[in-house]
Design a protein around this ligand. Structure first.
Ligand SMILES: Cc1ncc(COP(=O)(O)O)c(C=O)c1O
Length: 401
């Protein structure tokens, strides 16, 4: 049965891609953008760009107002207590690097950092590098057979030496919500700071950082139907106050002389230099767009398409799903067919899916794989997109087998 997307027409690029015979099924990598965002960018650049937080003139005041309004919208989106808990970074990756650098003074040799076995490189490598610099132990929490962090083992591995627990909310490979609440509560009871990589999770539903109870939460705007070049680091005020400053320059300083300086607290103390002004304003516009949608209808639509995707994959012989994806995406391999060959043939037929290790090389390796195909869905996808994908898949498999 045809399942249309009520929001497809809001995303002009989907039409443009279709005219180029492209079916976009790679939203977990980045999303297409709603018209409201294009309008916001065009308005900002078309009516006078200006730097923020420094100019007295009218364009500067307007840009600063719009920029700070976006901070408030992000705080509202996450249900943060205060917009001052929202630091703009250049993406989830830079937010996680900021944390791994900023928390470094809290560690002593022999302390531990806990991550999970499914982390994206962005939530693995900054901690791995920190562990190497300071002689720390990186503890990797294993997964159970469903691809979820194994709570029985994880709760034993997180102990009094754990200074930081950093885990993904929703895996970009396995598409499963992780059991964060018991993990975070246990880690905090042990005195650890908790970091949630919300890069994939933030896209689906509303997330309440207070309810989640984490100390830090990070995401990238471009996966949330916003512009690229901007990301968010949310922190509880007490947790942000523990971060050491990381980049130095304009607007983050309180007082500077030639031989010493003092620095502002979060958020501005962690936003050195000119921030991605247009992108921050654009993120605010995308959040307005998302806030105006019927969340229940969105969730139903995404769930319906995901069922269709899983059904189609499960119905075909020789296809092996990775884990037990719950929403938004599915990664798979095909017996006897290399994922790169299959991806190549799908690309030739105008199907935009991702192949490879998905920036989670250790996870793929632990599954005995060097890569997999990932199909991921956005608000704008409809069942015809999946139909085209399955037709292309069948043709490709016929030729490759
Ligand atoms: C789970 C997860 N974490 C972090 C990132 C990094 O995001 P970015 O490349 O936007 O910094 C990604 C991107 O794919 C991701 O899926």
């Amino acid at each position: 049965m045809f399942q249309p997307s009520p929001w497809r027409a809001d995303f002009p690029a989907i039409d443009a891609l279709q005219r180029q015979h492209q079916t976009y099924l790679d939203s977990a990598a980045t999303t297409q953008k709603p018209q409201i965002l294009l309008d916001a960018l065009s308005h900002y650049y078309g009516h006078g760009a200006a730097n923020v937080h420094r100019a007295q003139h009218l364009p500067g005041a307007l840009a600063t107002q719009a920029f700070e309004r976006s901070r408030e919208k992000v705080a509202g989106w996450l249900n943060a207590v205060d917009s001052q808990q929202i630091v703009f970074t250049h993406g989830a990756t830079s937010a996680l690097n900021l944390l791994a650098y900023g928390l470094e003074p809290l560690f002593e040799a022999g302390d531990e950092i806990a991550i999970s076995a499914l982390e994206h490189h962005a939530n693995l490598l900054p901690w791995q590098q920190l562990a190497q610099r300071r002689g720390l132990k990186l503890v990797v929490l294993p997964l159970d057979s469903r691809g979820l962090i194994d709570l029985n083992i994880a709760l034993q591995l997180i102990g009094p030496r754990t200074r930081v627990l950093a885990v993904s909310q929703l895996s970009n490979v396995l598409g499963a919500w992780q059991p964060l609440e018991p993990l975070l509560a246990h880690a905090q009871a042990q005195g650890a700071l908790t970091v949630v990589d919300g890069a994939q999770g933030v896209v689906h539903g509303r997330h309440d950082v207070r309810q989640l109870g984490c100390d830090f939460y990070v995401f990238s705007s471009h996966k949330l139907y916003g512009p690229d070049g901007v990301g968010v680091l949310y922190g509880r005020s007490e947790a942000l106050a523990r971060l050491r400053h990381w980049q130095f320059g304009g607007e983050m300083v309180q007082i500077a002389d030639y031989h010493s300086a003092s620095f502002r607290p979060a958020p501005l103390g962690f936003e050195a230099g000119t921030p991605p002004i247009a992108s921050v304003i654009g993120l605010g516009a995308s959040l307005d767009y998302l806030a105006g949608l019927d969340a229940h209808a969105v969730a139903e639509h995404e769930a319906g398409l995901h069922r269709h995707l899983l059904r189609g994959l499960n119905d075909r012989e020789g296809i092996r799903l990775l884990g037990q994806p719950q929403l938004a995406l599915a990664s798979f391999v095909v017996d006897g067919v290399h994922n790169a060959d299959l991806a190549h043939m799908l690309t030739e037929q105008g199907i935009a899916v991702r192949a490879g290790h998905h920036c989670a090389m250790p996870l793929l390796k632990s599954l005995g794989l060097d890569g997999a195909i990932r199909v991921s869905l956005g608000l704008y996808n409809d069942s015809d997109d999946l139909q085209r994908f399955f037709e292309a898949l069948d043709q490709a498999l016929e030729l490759l087998r």
